[in-house]
Design a protein around this ligand. Structure first.
Ligand code: HEM
Ligand code: HEM
Length: 192
């Protein structure tokens, strides 16, 4: 019997949030990697400015996504998953949501602590979150760095899990997050 309350796939809005934020997160790592070893100069500052603008975009989208998610429950997990796998999936998604807030906020606070203003693509400037403080800057810099390693590890786990569902379990967990893919309805309904 299909569930009345839970959908069998992610909606177009959920998919759009997922893939736009995922692309922005990858862009953030690429920009950070490109600017990291550059000497201080115009090129480094331009890459950092872009990193900050895209990062603040992630924060805005994460707020919208969370509000939307609280009003629109996701599809149920397939019944074949063990309790450990279910808990791991929930923990991974929870960790992602937490990191999508923590990464931009620590970055924003870090810039404030150094007295560097955070602009959004040159269109406007975000207010400083804290005053100039070198000790806070060092702490926030290390926190941002450590959290980026955690985010990287969670993303690898998440991607491996999505591929395992698709190629090993042969269920439609990956397909239901992909746009323009038709699911086998009978198969999806059996799962709910
Ligand atoms: C989802 C959002 C974000 C992600 C995934 C992200 C990721 C990263 C990564 C991977 C690094 C390099 C860490 C390392 O040195 O190993 C970094 C550095 C940095 N990020 Fe972010 N970041 C995000 C948002 C932000 C925001 C919103 C700001 C500021 C408003 C910011 C400011 C910085 C700064 C100033 C650095 C240090 C650059 C340096 O020391 O060379 N980040 N970030
Ligand atoms: C770093 C980039 C990514 C982030 C931040 C991210 C984040 C998330 C989050 C937060 C969810 C939970 C959605 C919800 O229920 O509200 C989710 C679900 C999902 N993601 Fe990602 N994701 C990323 C990359 C990917 C990639 C590359 C794939 C494919 C290989 C993927 C496949 C999936 C699938 C299949 C689901 C649905 C899982 C389910 O039905 O329970 N994600 N992702």
């Amino acid at each position: 019997m299909p569930s009345r309350s839970l959908p069998t796939r992610y909606t177009a809005v959920a998919q759009a949030f997922h893939w736009i934020i995922a692309a922005l997160v990858v862009t953030q790592f690429v920009l950070a990697y490109l600017e990291h070893d550059l000497p201080i100069g115009a090129h480094k500052l331009a890459l950092l400015a872009r990193h900050k603008s895209f990062g603040m975009t992630v924060l805005m989208l994460a707020i919208l996504r969370l509000v939307w998610r609280l009003k629109n429950p996701p599809p149920a997990l397939p019944p074949g998953m063990t309790p450990l796998e279910r808990n791991l999936a929930r923990a991974t998604h929870f960790a992602f949501y937490a990191l999508l807030f923590a990464m931009p906020i620590t970055g924003w606070m870090m810039s404030s602590a150094k007295n560097y203003s955070v602009s959004w693509f040159g269109l406007f400037t975000w207010p400083d979150l804290i005053g100039k403080n070198e000790a806070a800057f060092d702490l926030l810099h290390s926190t941002h760095e450590i959290l980026s390693d955690v985010l990287f590890a969670v993303a690898i786990l998440h991607i491996v899990a999505a591929l395992k569902h698709h190629f090993w379990n042969k269920d439609d967990v990956l397909l239901r997050m992909l746009p323009l893919v038709r699911l086998n309805k009978a198969k999806s309904e059996r799962r709910t």
